[in-house]
Design a protein around this ligand. Structure first.
Ligand code: NAD
Length: 490
């Protein structure tokens, strides 16, 4: 099927409610961070729009839930095919509203689409159990059912992947969805909805409502307070996640919370240093460091500290910063001025407490771009736990190196954080691999590996990084409830 996806989304974006494109009373601008110019405008929705979306999702639920899983899977497969068919356009849309460079935007579309395909395949395997009865004449069974209407609230850093990771398992399980994408990047979510529509996903099954930051709570509060929403699936900051958990307590909703992180990355004295640098470059500088699994604290054994920092600085100082329109660019702009302020504050605080800038360290002016949020990829040496960046998530291209003397000290420091999303380490010692993997307080561990995300694996955290898993068979479970059937008189 051929149509101008980008043109339609950029020129005439409205909310997608009950299978129709509906305007709201107000609109707000979506800004291209690489140019600083308005790219489009989308509805600045309010309570009435949120209510209309929820009414549509609730009305669509009985029929969608009743479909055989195989039929829902066929819808998802058609949707997946359309996403792949529009790969270049979707990648362009991501780059324009979020800023990431073209190769990364393409990788994001492929990664997001993989969740749609995975859950189409997983939908037909939502098996229950037969339990041996405790008495003659009694049979016990367990079946899995869709939890109901799901509210999905997503961040800006992966505008396609973050929402695809929620919509795909929800729809596969038989749930219907109301979604609110981040205010910085609503267009990609609307484009996904357009493709879902073209794929024949019935009206009301998926609804997307956009809102500015100021209006976000207005929209989401309608869903939090309504007992028809049975689950909140949220990816974003820990503060907002805790607020959603508190406010949805009155109607006892299920929650999946994919929250912030502050990942440790350890390099032991026996590590393959080239591989460790490769792993760190992938984990740290992808998306300009704006990923929740990005290492914030890089602990390097004193015996290899100097060599590792030399290798790293060589690679980081060679990174080319620029807009996605520059084919040579490897790191795009930060999402907005707030992000640049936080990175600058973390670097200033670290330097005031004794850190040294080995490369980068400041915002960058990229000639001819118009954007004001480019930041130089940075390496800081001599970081320690008195610094803000040891405790808060920097969410930018800053690799802070901490020196350690022994495994015990490194493990104590690594777990000295309220967060528990990802952790990474490099070593060639097999016994240490098992020992350390067990001791990390995190939902995910990369062992001699910097790229851990996959649709086939359970992505998620513990502690202040939240709970719930996205991807793998565990990801489908999060959208299903367990029903026990007990049959007597047999
Ligand atoms: P954010 O919490 O500010 O916003 C996330 C979403 O919540 C947006 O859609 C926003 O509009 C909405 N929101 C904000 N305030 C709200 C309120 N009071 N009520 C209802 N909704 C509200 O986060 P962000 O800045 O968009 O994203 C960055 C954060 O997301 C980082 O902390 C990052 O680590 C985290 N993140 C986590 C994962 C993960 O899987 N664990 C993945 C990506 C990003």
């Amino acid at each position: 099927m051929s149509f101008d996806l980008i043109g339609t989304i950029i020129d005439r974006s409205n909310n997608y409610i009950d299978g129709q494109w509906r305007p709201a009373a107000h609109r707000f601008d979506v800004v291209d961070p690489a140019t600083g110019a308005a790219l489009s405008s989308v509805p600045d929705s309010g309570k009435a729009d949120a209510q209309a979306a929820l009414d549509a999702a609730a009305a669509a639920l009985p029929a969608w839930r009743a479909l055989p899983a195989k039929v829902r899977a066929q819808h998802l497969k058609r949707w997946h095919a359309l996403v792949i068919a529009h790969l270049d356009e979707l990648a362009q849309l991501i780059s324009r509203e979020q800023g990431k460079v073209t190769a990364e935007a393409r990788a994001e579309v492929i990664y997001g689409a993989a969740y749609i395909e995975w859950f189409a395949e997983e939908a037909v395997r939502s098996y229950g159990d037969i339990i041996p009865g405790p008495a003659v004449g009694k049979k016990m069974m367990v079946v899995k059912e869709a939890v109901g209407v799901v509210a999905a609230i997503t961040p800006w850093n992966f505008p396609i992947a973050m929402i695809a990771r929620k919509l795909a398992p929800a729809l596969a399980a038989g749930c219907t969805v109301v979604a609110k994408p981040a205010e910085d990047t609503p267009l990609s979510a609307l484009a996904l909805a357009r493709l879902a529509h073209e794929a024949g996903i019935p009206a009301g099954v998926l609804n997307v409502v956009t809102a500015s930051r100021a209006q976000a709570a207005q929209v989401v509060d309608v869903w939090l307070d309504d007992a028809r929403v049975r689950k909140i699936s949220f990816t974003g900051s820990t503060d907002v996640g805790k607020h959603l958990a508190r406010q949805s307590a009155a109607t006892l909703k299920r929650l999946s919370l994919e929250l912030g992180g502050n990942a440790p990355f350890m390099v032991f004295e026996d590590a393959d240093l080239d591989a460790a640098v490769d792993g760190l470059m992938a984990a740290k500088f992808r998306n300009g460091g704006q990923t929740c699994v990005s290492p914030n604290r890089i602990y390097v054994h004193a015996a290899v500290y100097e060599r590792f920092s030399e290798l790293l600085v060589r690679r980081v100082s060679a990174l080319k910063v620029g807009p996605a329109s520059d084919p040579a660019a490897q790191v795009g702009p930060m999402i907005n001025a707030r992000a640049v302020d936080k990175i600058t504050r973390h670097i200033a605080d670290a330097c005031a407490r004794g850190a040294k800038v080995l490369t980068g360290g400041k915002p960058l002016h990229v000639e001819g771009s118009g954007g004001t949020t480019f930041f130089a990829p940075t390496v800081l040496a001599e970081a320690d736990h008195t610094m803000l960046l040891a405790h808060e998530e920097t969410f930018g291209p800053v690799a802070a190196l901490f020196r350690f003397e022994n495994e015990e000290q490194a493990m104590r420091l690594a777990n000295e954080t309220p967060f528990g999303l990802a952790a990474y380490f490099y070593t060639r010692d097999l016994a240490r691999i098992w020992r350390i993997s067990e001791r990390f307080e995190s939902g995910m561990v990369g062992i001699n590996e910097g790229a851990i995300s996959s649709e086939a694996a359970p992505f998620g955290g513990i502690k202040d990084s939240g709970y719930g898993r996205e991807g793998s068979r565990y990801g489908l479970d999060d959208y299903m409830q367990t029903k026990y059937l007990c049959m007597g008189g047999l």
